[in-house]
Design a binder for this molecule. Structure first.
Ligand code: ARG
Length: 443
């Protein structure tokens, strides 16, 4: 039964199914967070005298039970109920009667859904941030291991100047650190309280919104009740932007690993169990995993376009259009978790063929170093350039290539220390978001 139905206003079944969409499945993931938010809300209602001690403890008991069931995926949502919020209210009312009928005091499904989405996203973003830190960390370790493993550096996919395997890995680690900055920005949006804004216009009751915010471990309130509704879609956009950045960093590395592990290059080797076979060509071991990683930014960009595109033309406040921001957000978070997990394996277990890397340096790649040997001897750069252009010079000893590269961030240097400091700063940025909300029952 819908909360808003009556004997004279029964909705057509096809309209109900269409408007409900995939909410009953999607809301399963939000239900545990809806329980946490509902507990904070109930506690506040008790604090301002709208729930009795018994109401509060009845609700906390029933919410604890609902939380456990929801986490185990055992709190079903019927199409008839439309969404998880109605399913939860029905559950509470069945368990504790009167107190269940009071839980919706001072709220609307419009703020209830955002409250749950923010808590859900906060957890997911922290998980993704931790996975990104772990991946950055292994990139730094492996970068250090191969700081002096020479390989060609490319521009335009043509040999340019000497580089190292470490340089490629450090570059990806540094990219991830910048990406985690974007995740922290998204966490800042997730970690703000919305309850009490109700349908977008508050309620004529002295609600204590700050108390709810504090119970949920949020950093601040989103103040204006209409803005809370306007934040929907925009918030999802900020999250998907950050996820898209991560995916592009990983896509770029995946693309290089695909190329450089091919037969013609042979610089890298993916362990057999990370590759997949062919149904027709017996010899094949394919880097499908990396190809799928390479493809993920397109999906995330699509989802970003979807959530921000939905907002076009919308006036202030809630519109049902906003329901369709849920799937792209959830799928984007899921894709990101998966991509980080497989790249962690790929980087940890990547084989490096040092001999093949060094042997690939062609005659041309030494020429800029030859120019700089003259420059170090006091010649003007342009003179030295012309001289080497007219008569290309001999290859340079590899130890010398490494010895002469000394400035910050250049191939051959160990960049692990400054990058590790970057990761420490990341942890400081994440710390305020790790506060746990009121916990219900045994987690
Ligand atoms: N499923 C809805 C959504 O995601 C929840 C809010 C419903 N509010 C409403 N007035 N129908 O937007």
């Amino acid at each position: 039964m819908r909360l808003w139905d009556s004997a004279t206003t029964r909705v057509n079944d096809a309209i109900l199914a269409f408007t409900v969409g995939d909410d009953p499945e999607r809301d399963l993931a939000l239900l545990p967070y809806d329980c946490l938010a509902s507990a904070a809300h109930a506690d506040m209602l008790h604090g301002i005298g709208l729930l009795s001690d018994k109401d509060r403890s009845d609700l906390f008991g029933a919410l604890g039970e609902a939380y456990q069931l929801a986490r185990a995926g055992k709190l079903p949502i019927a199409t008839e109920q439309e969404d998880g919020h109605t399913a939860l209210e029905a559950f509470l009312t069945e368990k504790v009667g009167e107190a269940g009928r009071k839980i919706h005091t001072g709220r609307s499904r419009n703020d209830q859904v955002i409250a749950a989405l923010r808590l859900y996203a906060r957890d997911a973003l922290l998980e993704i941030a931790d996975a990104s830190v772990a991946l950055a960390s292994v990139l730094i370790d492996r970068g250090r291991e191969h700081a002096a493993t020479l390989m060609p550096g490319y521009t335009h996919t043509r040999q340019a100047m000497p580089s190292t395997v470490g340089q490629l890995l450090f570059a990806t680690g540094e990219g991830l650190i910048r990406d985690i900055d974007a995740l922290i920005l998204a966490l800042g949006h997730a970690n703000r309280s919305v309850l009490g804004s109700a349908s977008g216009y508050g309620v004529p009751l002295p609600l204590d919104r700050q108390r709810v915010s504090d119970s949920l471990g949020h950093l601040e309130l989103d103040l204006n009740s209409v803005f809370v509704q306007n934040s929907r879609g925009r918030f999802e956009g900020v999250v998907l932007f950050a996820l898209h950045q991560i995916s592009m960093t990983l896509s770029r590395l995946a693309s290089d690993l695909i190329l450089f592990s091919s037969e013609q290059f042979g610089f890298f080797e993916l362990p057999v169990d990370l590759t997949t076979g062919s149904s027709i060509m017996p010899q094949k071991r394919n880097p499908d995993v990396l190809e799928l990683v390479r493809a993920v930014p397109a999906s995330l960009l699509g989802r970003y376009a979807e959530v921000t595109g939905l907002l076009q033309g919308l006036g202030a406040g809630y519109h049902r259009d906003l329901q369709r921001t849920k799937a792209p957000l959830m799928d984007g978070l899921e894709d990101s978790r998966n991509v980080l997990a497989v790249m962690q394996l790929a980087v940890e277990r990547l084989g490096v063929n040092k001999e093949a890397c060094a042997a690939a340096l062609g005659d041309g790649i030494y020429q800029t170093d030859a120019v700089y040997a003259h420059v170090r001897g006091g010649e003007a750069f342009r003179e030295a350039y012309r001289k080497v252009k007219e008569s290309p010079q001999a290859r340079i000893d590899h130890d010398e290539l490494l010895r002469t590269r000394v400035h910050e961030g250049v191939p051959g240097t160990d960049q692990s220390e400054p990058l590790r400091r970057g990761l420490e700063r990341i942890q400081e940025g994440l710390a305020p978001h790790r506060a746990r909300p009121v916990s219900l029952g045994k987690a």
